[in-house]
Write a protein that binds this ligand. Structure first.
Ligand SMILES: C[S@@+](CC[C@H](N)C(=O)[O-])C[C@H]1O[C@@H](n2cnc3c(N)ncnc32)[C@H](O)[C@@H]1O
Length: 234
């Protein structure tokens, strides 16, 4: 049972305002020529517009509930032929194909809570790539101000959807709770790293870092909460 199953039906309204990354990932997919493997595909927030751009997507997720919503969205968008959804763990994705691009959008790698899980995920992504293929993902590390402003408080993020972040700076873990209408509620655990630590893990997993951006408009990373990585299989 994934923590996302219980909130699959409120994930889209909860993340309604998160749109800045969509054109970035669609551009990456188009540039690769496809198909793309998206690890942690969720409800298809990125995968549906990617498929709508004519790129085939293999989407892996451990939450059957999220994939069910994704499949419904694909039908509504008329892109079911281009979307291949598979239940599985992103550390051992059920994918035999080799592709030019693997992605892991919207901080899904923060669900890996220790280096051995992170390395397993990065190595799995690398195994899916054709020689010279690229792995593109984004992560974040909270600022002190963000922690101070939000810690241990229920905040209405969207109408009828509340979110609470319990930060532990010492262990760099976040317990994120969300509750919405009709009893939909879940609590999940995330863990963050600094950009130099992500770079070191990528290198250990057999990637060369091509770019580390500070935002989806491809400005270079110069500090800040978000980092967006483009890594090439060595
Ligand atoms: C923040 S959501 C991102 C969803 C989607 N990529 C997006 O951009 O909206 C994280 C997703 O990762 C999935 N996930 C978490 N841990 C996973 C794991 N170990 N293996 C596969 N999927 C996982 C969750 O079920 C969820 O759908």
């Amino acid at each position: 049972m994934s923590a996302y199953d219980a909130i699959a039906r409120i994930y889209d309204p909860w993340s309604r305002t998160v749109v800045e990354d969509v054109p970035f990932y669609v551009e990456e997919a188009a540039a690769s020529g496809g198909p793309v493997v998206e690890l942690g595909v969720g409800t298809g927030r990125i995968a549906i517009p990617t498929a709508a751009a004519g790129i085939r997507v293999i989407g892996v997720d451990s939450s059957p509930g999220m994939l069910e919503v994704c499949a419904e969205r694909a039908t509504l968008a008329g892109v079911t032929e281009l979307l291949d959804l598979r239940v599985g763990d992103l550390r051992a994705p059920p994918v035999d194909e080799r592709v030019a691009l693997v992605t892991c959008p919207f901080r899904a790698l923060l669900h890996m809570e220790d280096d051995s899980s992170r390395l397993a995920a990065l190595r799995a992504a690398r195994r899916l790539l054709e020689p010279g293929g690229r792995f593109v993902f984004d992560v974040f590390a909270p600022s002190a101000d963000d922690i101070e402003e939000t810690n241990a408080r229920w905040i209405e993020r969207e109408p009828g959807i509340d979110e609470r972040a319990d930060w532990d700076e010492a262990s760099r873990r976040l317990v994120l709770s969300v509750r919405g209408p009709d009893g939909a509620a879940s609590t999940m655990s995330l863990a963050w790293l600094s950009p130099p630590e992500w770079r070191a893990l990528l290198e250990e997993a057999g990637f060369d870092v091509e770019a580390c951006y500070g935002w989806f408009d491809r400005r270079p990373y110069t500090g800040g909460e978000d980092s967006i990585w483009v890594a090439r299989a060595r």
